[in-house]
Design a protein around this ligand. Sequence first.
Ligand code: NAI
Ligand code: MG
Length: 372
Amino acid sequence: MAPRTYRICTLPGDGIGPEIIAEAKKVLAAVGARHDVEFVCTDQLIGGAAIDATTEAGGPVSALPDTTLEAARASDAVLLAAVGGPKWTNTNAGAIRPEQGLLAIRKELGLYLNLRPVRMFRALVGASSLKPELLEGVDLLIVRELTGGLYFGAHEREWGVEGAGGNGARGEFARDTMEYSEYEVERVVRWACQAASRRRGRVCSVDKANVLETSRMWREVAHAVGAEFPEVTIEDMYVDNASMQLVANPAQFDVLVTENTFGDILSDEASMLTGSLGMLASASLGDGVALYEPSHGSAPDIAGRGIANPIAQVLSVELMLRYSLGMDEAADELSAAVTRVLDEGWRTVDIADELTAADRVLGTSAMGDKIV
Ligand code: NAI
Ligand code: MG
């Protein structure tokens, strides 16, 4: 029988992007061989790389060419590295910037949910600013609503402007509105419950229902949706308490679901539990093709030196296997492989410390090989 085929749109982007995406492809090829699946990866342009190529071709200059968007839409999943760098930062006002490519692709693919898993690798506990005993068993998943709430209030929806303001009796004022529809809440909470039913069965819905009307609705909807999942327990937590609990007792959480602004803040807070940017992956999901990427940027300071940590990129492959391709077993194997490599003491420079033996420090490509 011919192997199953998946089309992956790969977006190397800028800086260390091409170096780490190469390792992701290596890992994918190994997963494919084990599971009799063929991954057809096709590189497309995004970010600074797209700006340069479209400029050279005589324009129109774009950080997200149509060909890239079409390829993304026609694929089973999109795997992005990172975009940006000083080369494209100091240009004139009005110039196209690499980051516009990122925002555009998220918008065009209708990605309304952002996922950030935060998990402790035992071997790296020393890198965190928290005490090791607090990190025991930390394995949480933050599900953030991505296209509603304060960042997309009524003003933006109706008039296409950010926020609103004017002149009042006591001078200028500004206004942002938080608005949610039941539908927007329902779809993210349902996704969180589904994820929890495949994990430890617990959802913590974070809101500010003691103050905000949108939060009161959020809470009601969350419980109505939660009732569809008898195997999942759903509890509520105020966001101020949640931000404290994340550093006081992070191991209590399984899946955390919350609105856009709260999720933005809480996911950055939670990402620091692991203490290392080179280890964190994220996924953005919608109703169609999803996008997977490391949480870090293009690290221009170390680009081209072969020392970048490819693990966040590899863990974004894990998320892709799990959430777009239904390959949970392969995802578990990949996560186990990364854990084992770290347990054996292998490190890239960014996660090495004084206890790391000199011959255990690997370059980007050698780290990819170890994981394979
Ligand atoms: P950054 O995440 O690229 O780098 C911050 C620091 O972490 C640097 O010292 C870098 O060397 C290090 N680092 C990051 N990833 C690493 C890895 N995999 N292995 C080893 N070390 C790593 O953030 P920065 O410096 O603020 O931004 C650089 C460029 O990246 C900017 O143009 C920024 O706009 C862009 N950026 C892009 C993002 C994306 O594509 N999603 C997200 C964040 C920033
Ligand atoms: Mg943020």
